[in-house]
Design a protein around this ligand. Sequence first.
Ligand SMILES: Cc1cc2nc3c(=O)[nH]c(=O)nc-3n(C[C@H](O)[C@H](O)[C@H](O)COP(=O)(O)OP(=O)(O)OC[C@H]3O[C@@H](n4cnc5c(N)ncnc54)[C@H](O)[C@@H]3O)c2cc1C
Length: 470
Amino acid sequence: MSTEHPTGTAAPTDPLDLAGIGIGPFNLSLAALAQPLTGLRTAFYDQRPAFHWHPGLLIDGATLQVPFLADLVTLADPTNPWSFLSYLRSRDRLYPFYFAERFHIHRAEYDAYCRWVSENLPALHFGHQIDAVRWNSSHAVFEIDSTHLDADGEAEALGRSYARNLVLGIGTAPHVPEALRPLAETPAAPVLHSSDYLDHRERLLAADHVTVVGAGQSGAEIFLDLLRARPEGRERLHWLARTPAFAPMEYSKLGLEHFTPDYTRYFHALAEPVRDALVPGQWQLYKGIDHDTLAAVHDELYRRTLHGGWPDAVLTPGVRVEAADRAPGGGVTLHLAHAEQHTRTRLTTDAVVLATGYRERRLDTLLAALDPYLCRDDAGRPRVDAEHRLVLDPAVTGSVHVQNAERHSHGVGTPDLGLAAWRSATILNSLTGTTPYPLPDRTAFTTFGLPHPTAPAAATAPHAAPAQQG
Ligand SMILES: Cc1cc2nc3c(=O)[nH]c(=O)nc-3n(C[C@H](O)[C@H](O)[C@H](O)COP(=O)(O)OP(=O)(O)OC[C@H]3O[C@@H](n4cnc5c(N)ncnc54)[C@H](O)[C@@H]3O)c2cc1C
């Protein structure tokens, strides 16, 4: 395996201005808004061979949960060439979209739009896994070590590049509850995470009985897709959820103002314990099921009663899967506990789909060499300032911004596509020290917080000196 310097820069004396790690929607938005800034030399890296947005969940008919204006650029700069409407024009599909009157586009269309941007934007490098970053104080640059992967993901070369600033957009990874991990990691066991649903759909449809665990949007979409595909009267489906109900996502217009820059600023200025107490209680803002999907599930269940009888589909909330093991005959036995009844039972099923969500990918692995410079909050999480920049020891003169790794400091809007363009613009304004993207002072009708809070929270002090290490 040869060591060569990847695309970008060959020496610390000729660094990039900005290197982006991860090319999901958030760093793609940043790359699209950075492109017109000709003075800014950028490069973005992703370990995957090409852009694909949640390919395992591009279920037919599934739509985005946000309006199409939440594309990569429009809410910061509607004139930017990488907007969703520009994509439609490039495909001669503006009139069909105009008459479609679709505010929430198909997930598959959003994926295609982002891929169009990723295939046409310069400075994007797929097949580059970033292994580590470190601070090179003598040249005041970050060193970025990478492994070049071929189309099958095999390593073919090592590389290093240099940049004055970094942005981490490494996204989220599927979460599998501890109790189910051993089975989920056993290839033969029919236990899979919802993120791989479409790869296993045929196998699931052939299974005699299927259990879906989790009452978020993915769980609902998968249950609905399986229900629609199963023969009437022989559905043989269970849908289990820990939540007390199969609850709707908060989608009221004032409720949605929690996904605005105003709320993000308000949340960031709160004291750490207050922030930590707030997020779990806001679960219906980011964990519920959209109304249309819930209605479609009920419609399909109702339709299946038209000829008499009830569908063989069991929907039970308030249930926790405590353990799981292989059942004789190849299925899985789930050990269930009911939160309110305080009862336990076992369910034997032939396949399990874990719609158990995602967790922010840990930054620590990538940032291990930067750990001495990282300022952490009381819970040991990296401190992130109002401009989405990690709070680092002043010895590090470069900046490291994060995207979708800061729910603890910026709140429920962190993974929301509706804040992508605004956050990217905030980062570019802070990086350039100018304001290429003027942003609105006000974005919500709700006034979050009182006009002049008496004691500002300490957490926001940027570049605070780190506590003595060791
Ligand atoms: C099924 C699904 C549907 C969603 N729908 C919506 C929606 O409708 N509306 C909404 O607002 N939000 C939605 N979200 C939430 C959120 O917008 C998405 O999760 C979004 O993909 C997050 O984008 P991202 O850029 O942070 O990360 P990701 O899309 O997770 O991309 C991160 C990228 O980083 C790369 N990467 C990671 N580590 C490295 C490394 N070391 N080196 C190189 N590359 C690396 C990965 O390969 C990946 O490509 C949805 C989430 C899911 C799972």
